[in-house]
Ligand binder design. Structure first.
Ligand SMILES: Cc1ncc(COP(=O)(O)O)c(C=O)c1O
Length: 372
C-alpha cells in the first residue's frame, strides 16, 4: 500500500488509505450520484448512531459545520459566543462567519482545554453559546459547562473536530451538548480522504436547518428558505468515511496504547510535562500527544535533526493572530495560560501505525535533548 512520504523517518501522522477504502471509492464513483448520493445519507445515519445522537448532517468542512450549526440555531449579530483562544483558529473564525462576536476565556492551568471557572466571568446577557473544544482528543469538562449554561438559556456547541470517539462519563463526544461539530480533515483520527465535516444533534429543527444551509439554502430543488452555502460532503468522500468509521475504535485503541508507551518512556524526564493523565471519567483519543517544555524550540530542533517530525499546535493563540488583533484590539497578557502554552507545547508522532520502536526512539531523543 503506498504511504504518503513526508521526508521524515518518523512522521507526525500518517493518513490511512487501504484497499477497502479504494474499493468503496471506486464503487461510489461508478454507481452513485456524485453529489448527495446514497453514501452521504448512510454515512450520516451511521455517524449519528456512533455518537449516540439522533441526527447527523454532513458538510464540506469542520469550519462549515461550526458556522452552519450556529446559524441553524439563529446565532448571529448581537450574539456573543464564549470559546477558547487556544485552539485551531477555525473555531472562532466560524463564530465571526456566522456574524456573532467571539469572546475568549482562558484555559486550564493543568490541561489544554477551556476552563469553566474562567468562562463564568465572561458571560454577559448577550452570551448565547459556549463552545468547549475537546483539544488534542481530550474531553472538555462538559458537566461544568452544562451547569454554567443551565437556566441561562445558553447553548453548548461541542467542537469535537479533534476528538472522534472520545468519551466523557461513558458517553461519546458529540452527544454531550446541544450540537457537536466534527472535521474529517486528513490529519484527524478518522478522515474522508479530503475535506469534510459533520454536525450532530438531537434537535430536529437544527438538523433540518443545517441540511438546508449546507445545500444552497434549499427548501426544495428550486425554492429556497434561507441564504445558504454550497457546503456538501462529496459522495465519494462519504463512501470512504463509512469505511473509516468502522475502523475508528480500533485506531483509537492503538492511539491510547501508544500514548501509554510514551507516558512510561517519558515519566520523570527532566523539564518535560506530560499531558493530563486519564481519569475514569474521561477517555481521550490522543488526536495528538502533546508534551510541554520550557526548552520546546531546542527540543523540536533536536527531533527534526534526527528525522522525527514534531509540530506545534499552536504557536500563536487565536487572540494574538493579526486579524484578531486588528479587529478586536487584543494584545499580549489577556489570556496568560494560553499564551504560555503556545510557547511550550510540542506534539510528538502518534497515529494508528506508530510502532513501539518509534515511540522508544522519539522518547530517547526527548530525554537526550533535556539532559544536554
Ligand atoms: C479544533 C478544530 N476546530 C475546527 C477545525 C476546522 O475543521 P476544518 O479544517 O475541517 O475546517 C479544526 C480542524 O482542522 C480543529 O482542529
Amino acid at each position: 500500500m503506498p504511504q504518503i512520504k513526508h521526508g521524515f523517518k518518523i512522521p507526525l501522522m500518517r493518513p490511512v488509505v487501504d484497499e477497502e477504502m479504494l474499493q468503496a471509492a471506486l464503487y461510489s464513483l461508478q454507481n452513485e450520484k456524485l453529489v448527495m448520493g446514497e453514501s452521504v445519507f448512510k454515512f450520516e445515519e451511521e455517524f449519528a448512531r456512533y455518537c449516540g445522537s439522533r441526527y447527523a448532517v454532513s458538510t464540506g468542512s469542520g469550519t462549515a459545520a461550526l458556522q452552519i450549526a450556529l446559524q441553524s440555531m439563529q446565532i448571529g449579530p448581537n450574539d456573543e459566543v464564549v470559546t477558547t483562544p487556544f485552539s485551531f483558529f477555525a473555531t472562532s473564525n466560524a463564530v465571526i462567519h456566522a456574524g456573532a462576536q467571539p469572546r475568549f476565556a482562558d484555559v486550564e492551568d493543568n490541561g489544554f482545554n477551556l476552563d469553566p471557572a474562567k468562562v463564568e466571568p465572561r458571560l454577559t446577557p448577550k452570551t448565547r453559546v459556549i463552545i468547549p473544544v475537546h483539544l488534542y482528543g481530550q474531553p472538555a469538562r462538559m458537566n461544568e459547562f452544562r451547569d454554567l449554561a443551565e437556566d441561562k438559556e445558553i447553548i453548548i456547541v461541542e467542537d469535537a473536530c479533534q476528538a472522534h470517539g472520545a468519551e466523557y462519563e461513558g458517553r461519546r463526544v458529540g452527544s454531550l451538548g446541544h450540537i457537536a461539530c466534527f472535521s474529517f480533515y486528513t490529519s484527524k483520527n478518522m478522515t474522508v480522504c479530503g475535506d469534510g465535516g459533520m454536525i450532530v444533534t438531537n434537535d430536529e429543527d437544527v438538523a433540518d436547518a443545517a441540511r438546508s444551509f449546507r445545500d444552497c439554502g434549499r427548501a426544495s430543488k428550486y425554492t429556497m428558505s434561507r441564504i445558504g452555502y454550497t457546503s456538501r460532503l462529496n459522495t465519494v468522500n462519504a463512501a470512504i468515511g463509512r469505511v473509516q468509521l468502522r475502523k475508528l475504535d480500533t485506531w483509537n485503541k492503538t492511539r491510547r496504547r501508544v500514548a501509554d508507551l510514551y507516558r512510561k518512556a517519558l515519566e520523570g524526564a527532566p523539564g518535560i510535562m506530560l499531558p493530563p493523565a486519564e481519569t475514569p471519567k474521561e477517555t481521550p483519543v490522543y488526536h495528538l500527544f502533546v508534551v510541554r517544555s520550557t526548552r520546546r524550540d531546542q527540543l523540536a530542533a533536536h527531533l527534526e535533526k534526527n528525522g522525527v517530525e514534531a509540530a506545534i499546535h499552536y504557536p500563536v493563540p487565536i487572540h494574538l493572530q493579526t486579524p484578531y488583533r486588528e479587529k478586536y484590539g487584543y494584545s499580549e497578557g489577556l489570556f496568560p495560560i494560553a499564551e504560555r502554552l503556545a510557547g511550550q507545547v510540542l506534539s510528538l508522532p502518534i497515529h494508528p501505525a506508530s510502532t513501539e520502536e518509534e515511540v522508544h526512539t522519539v522518547s530517547r531523543l526527548v530525554r537526550e535533548s533535556t539532559t544536554e
